[in-house]
Design a protein around this ligand. Structure first.
Ligand code: 7TS
Length: 410
């Protein structure tokens, strides 16, 4: 661990507070992460010193804003090891990025009876846009199953059966937001390419948690949300291989995405501008780049190890110390997300009572309704860890769940 890890909690002012009279234990990082002071400062600095629209003015502030916005694109390309910054499209987040691919690449390339392959563990964001695409084009959906039981691993033995030459798109999550499973993304992308399908990786839960290298992964598209990786809400990005982005039609029309406009038709600007119609989310894009600096100062390998260590410890302690608990996902080699079911206690009761103890969890279907049904559950409770969480907080989680269990058992 390098110097940047010392006093890490002091970087996150929000953590230093009491909730319901107890020190806050924030374990809802899979929903959104907290923001370090440097990201908050980047937003303030932009509005205090730089604010102007981008790509249109030649006055000094406008040039400053444009420079910072395009520097953020360069930073993002470096963060993902993209071949060039032109492969980065700024979006509102993972949901927006996936919708862009489904509407642009999908509408252009899919026809009746083509197959869109997904997995059984997809978040609704990586399911519903493909359902809509299937409805528009007559394409069919197919699913790579998870293995029976609670480990949540993908059933890779079924891949040959489902990944056939009819598959044109294979879209899957890198990390499950319910199970904490880390999927073998490089292997899955290679298999997609081998049958001529494009790969779309949902990196909502992995960007900012694991080292990501799109060239090593071999993915065609990768979708990221800024707010889950220490950045602001309402901003994210789509990585797309340049040849694919160049060939794709725009998804939304408006200012900034054109090279020439006539009353009856227009010509598009090259990618990525073609996909960024209207005034973009300038301040948040710039602050997202600051979040990337912050994460890289800590080191993404170190963050991944920290997440895994905490989640594996929490998994083991909950399994051993909470009677009757049903743990979901793998025991180790996992991300920082753990889900569990306390039989006989609704997840909303768990979360409400935990909140009384200052512990922030999430309870519900986690936008994973089909997976919940497959597991025979309507909801789970979820604790999700990030770089500022500690082993002491796991102790607080265990004590809190013991108390909740005791209350309902007694
Ligand atoms: N994909 C995955 C795997 C996710 O976990 C989420 C958000 C999304 C896509 C959508 O991201 P957005 O930023 O576009 O909303 N997941 C969660 C969650 O688990 N709890 O709240 C949001």
């Amino acid at each position: 661990m390098n110097q940047a890890w010392k006093n890490i909690r002091a970087d996150f002012p929000i953590l230093d507070q009491q909730v319901n009279g107890k020190p806050l234990v924030y374990l809802d990082n899979a929903a959104t992460s907290q923001k370090p002071q440097c990201v908050i400062d980047a937003l303030t600095h932009f509005y205090q010193h730089v604010n102007a629209n981008v790509h249109r003015g030649i006055h000094t502030l406008s040039m400053r804003a444009t420079f910072a916005y395009e520097a953020a694109r360069e930073r993002s390309a470096k963060f993902l090891n993209a071949a060039e910054s032109g492969e980065i499209v700024f979006t509102a987040g993972t949901t927006d990025s996936i919708n862009l691919v489904a509407n642009s690449w999908g509408d252009e390339n899919l026809k009746k009876d083509d197959v869109i392959l997904l997995t059984e563990m997809e978040h609704h964001s990586n399911l519903v846009p493909w359902q809509l695409l299937a409805r528009r084009t007559g394409a069919r959906l197919r699913f790579l199953p998870v293995v029976p039981g609670d480990t949540g691993l993908l059933d890779l033995a079924q891949l040959d059966k489902v990944l056939t030459s009819e598959v044109k798109i294979f879209a899957f999550t890198h990390v499950s937001n319910t199970l904490g499973v880390i999927n073998p993304v490089t292997q899955l992308c290679a298999r997609a390419r081998a049958v001529g399908a494009i790969s779309v990786v949902d990196a909502a839960q992995s960007a900012g948690h694991l080292p990501l290298d799109v060239q090593t992964m071999g993915c065609d598209f990768l979708a990221v949300s800024g707010h889950k990786m220490c950045g602001p809400t309402g901003v994210g990005l789509l990585y797309g291989r340049k040849v694919l982005l160049d060939a794709m039609p725009p998804y939304r029309g408006g200012g900034s995405m054109i090279s020439n406009v006539d009353y009856f038709e227009s010509k598009w600007a090259p990618a990525p501008q073609k996909f960024e119609a209207g005034t973009p989310n300038i301040a948040d894009v710039i602050a997202l780049a600051r979040a990337m600096d912050y994460l890289d100062d800590l080191g993404r390998e170190a963050i991944a190890l920290h997440d895994e260590k905490l989640a594996s410890l929490a998994y083991a302690r909950l399994a051993a110390e909470i009677p009757g608990i049903r743990m979901l996902g793998p025991a180790d080699h996992r991300s920082g997300v753990i889900s569990f079911d306390l039989p006989g206690v609704h997840a909303h009761d768990v979360v409400t009572m935990a909140d009384q103890e200052g512990v922030a969890l999430r309870g519900g279907h986690h936008c994973n309704q089909p997976l919940m049904r497959k597991l025979g559950l309507s909801s789970t409770s979820r604790a999700s860890f990030y770089l500022y969480n500690t082993e002491d907080e796991i102790a607080r989680l265990v004590t809190t769940l013991q108390k909740i269990h005791g209350f309902f058992a007694g």
